[in-house]
Design a protein around this ligand. Structure first.
Ligand SMILES: Cc1cc2nc3c(=O)[nH]c(=O)nc-3n(C[C@H](O)[C@H](O)[C@H](O)COP(=O)(O)OP(=O)(O)OC[C@H]3O[C@@H](n4cnc5c(N)ncnc54)[C@H](O)[C@@H]3O)c2cc1C
Ligand code: FES
Length: 290
C-alpha cells in the first residue's frame, strides 16, 4: 500500500485513514479515500472505485472532486485534476470515477491499486437540477461526458422522470455506461463514428424525434462541443430548456485562482464565469463554443 503524497496545491495537512478534513471557512472537505479497485473498462477508460467517508458519498450528479494524482516514476503531477462523480452511494460510502488516461495526472490515477489512499477535495461545484414538472429528459453524451450523465439519469429515474440517452462514441468498443442507463429503464440510442450514425444530422434527427414524441422536456449534454452546439440550437428553436456540464483545466478548484474562467452569453452580454465554482453545470442556452 502506498500513501499518496499531498503537494502544496492541496494546501492542507495529511489526515488519517478514512478521515475527512474540512477546510476552514470553505465548506469543502478533503477526503482521504481508500481505493477498492481501479480497473480498465476498455483500452481508453478506467474505473476507479473508492471508499470515501462522510459527505463525499452524498455528491450529486454533475458535481466533481479535485483529485490528488499520485507521483509515478514518470510523472509528478503538481496540481489536482477534476473528475466527475460517476457514482456516489451514501449507504455504502462508495464513490466511483470513470476516467480517460490523458497525461501525467490520469497516468498517476491509473497507477493506484486496491488499498492505496487518495486525497479527494469535494464534492465541488454546482450539479444538475431537475424541475418537478419534467416527465422525460434527453441526455446526450460522448466519452467521459457519460461519467457525468449516468448519475443524472439515475437521479431523474428516482424522481419518476423518463430518460432517453443518446450515447456517442468512436466505435462500439468505446461505448460506455449502457448498463447504467438500461438499469433505470432509459431508452438508449448508440451513435458511432465508425458507421456514420454519430453525424450531427443523424443526432439531430434523433433529438427531433424525441421532441415529436413528447419525450424532450429538457436537454442535457456533456463531452462534445459539436453535440453541445447542436442541442443548444435545437433547444432554442424548439423551446426546450437545457443544461451542459462543461470541462476546463483547473488549478484550485475552489473559485479563487480564476484559471478555469469561460465566456457565457447572458442577455446579449458576454459574462465570465468560473467552471469550478459557478458550474460545472450551466444553462445550455448561455454556453459558448470551446
Ligand atoms: C468538472 C470536470 C469534470 C471532469 N470529469 C472527468 C471525468 O469524469 N473523467 C475524465 O476522464 N475526465 C474528466 N475531466 C477531464 C479531466 O480533468 C482531464 O482529462 C484531466 O485533468 C487531464 O489530466 P492529465 O494530467 O491526465 O492530462 P494533462 O497532461 O493535463 O492533459 C492531457 C491533454 O488533455 C488536455 N486537457 C487536460 N484537461 C482538460 C480539460 N479539463 N478539458 C479539456 N482538455 C483538457 C490537455 O490540454 C492535454 O492536451 C473533467 C474535467 C472537469 C473540469
Ligand atoms: S480552478 Fe481556480 S477558480 Fe476555478
Amino acid at each position: 500500500m502506498r500513501q499518496i503524497a499531498m503537494t502544496a496545491a492541496g494546501a492542507m495537512a495529511a489526515n488519517t485513514a478514512g478521515s475527512v478534513l474540512r477546510l476552514p471557512g470553505s465548506g469543502v472537505d478533503d477526503v482521504r479515500a481508500q481505493v477498492l479497485s481501479n480497473e480498465r473498462v476498455n483500452d481508453t477508460y478506467n474505473l476507479l472505485v473508492v471508499a470515501a467517508p462522510g459527505p463525499a458519498s452524498r455528491a450529486v450528479a454533475g458535481q466533481f472532486f479535485h483529485l490528488q494524482c499520485p507521483t509515478t516514476d514518470r510523472d509528478a503531477p503538481y496540481l489536482r485534476r477534476p473528475m466527475s462523480t460517476y457514482r456516489a452511494e451514501p449507504q455504502s460510502g462508495v464513490v466511483e470515477f470513470l476516467y480517460k488516461v490523458n497525461g501525467a495526472g490520469t497516468r498517476g490515477l491509473a497507477s493506484l491499486e486496491a488499498g492505496d489512499y487518495l486525497s479527494m477535495l469535494g464534492p465541488l461545484g454546482v450539479g444538475f437540477a431537475l424541475e418537478p414538472d419534467w416527465r422525460h429528459i434527453v441526455v446526450l453524451g460522448r466519452g467521459v461526458g457519460l461519467a457525468t450523465l449516468a448519475p443524472l439519469a439515475e437521479m431523474a429515474a428516482a424522481r419518476n422522470i423518463g430518460v432517453t440517452a443518446v450515447i456517442s462514441a468512436r466505435d462500439q468498443d468505446q461505448v460506455l455506461s449502457v448498463p447504467r442507463f438500461a438499469d433505470i429503464g432509459a431508452h438508449v440510442e448508440i451513435v458511432l463514428d465508425s458507421d456514420g450514425s454519430s453525424s450531427v444530422d443523424n443526432v439531430e434527427r434523433l433529438l427531433r424525434r424525441c421532441h415529436a414524441e413528447g419525450h424532450a422536456d429538457a436537454f442535457f449534454t456533456c463531452g462534445s462541443n459539436r453535440l453541445m452546439l447542436l442541442m443548444q440550437r435545437l433547444g432554442d428553436e424548439l423551446g426546450i430548456a437545457g443544461q451542459v456540464a462543461m470541462e476546463q483545466q483547473m488549478a484550485c478548484g475552489l473559485g479563487m485562482c480564476h484559471c478555469c474562467v469561460r465566456d457565457f452569453r447572458v442577455a446579449g452580454e458576454t459574462v465570465s464565469r468560473r467552471v469550478c465554482w459557478d458550474g460545472p453545470v450551466f444553462a445550455l442556452a448561455e454556453a459558448t463554443s470551446w
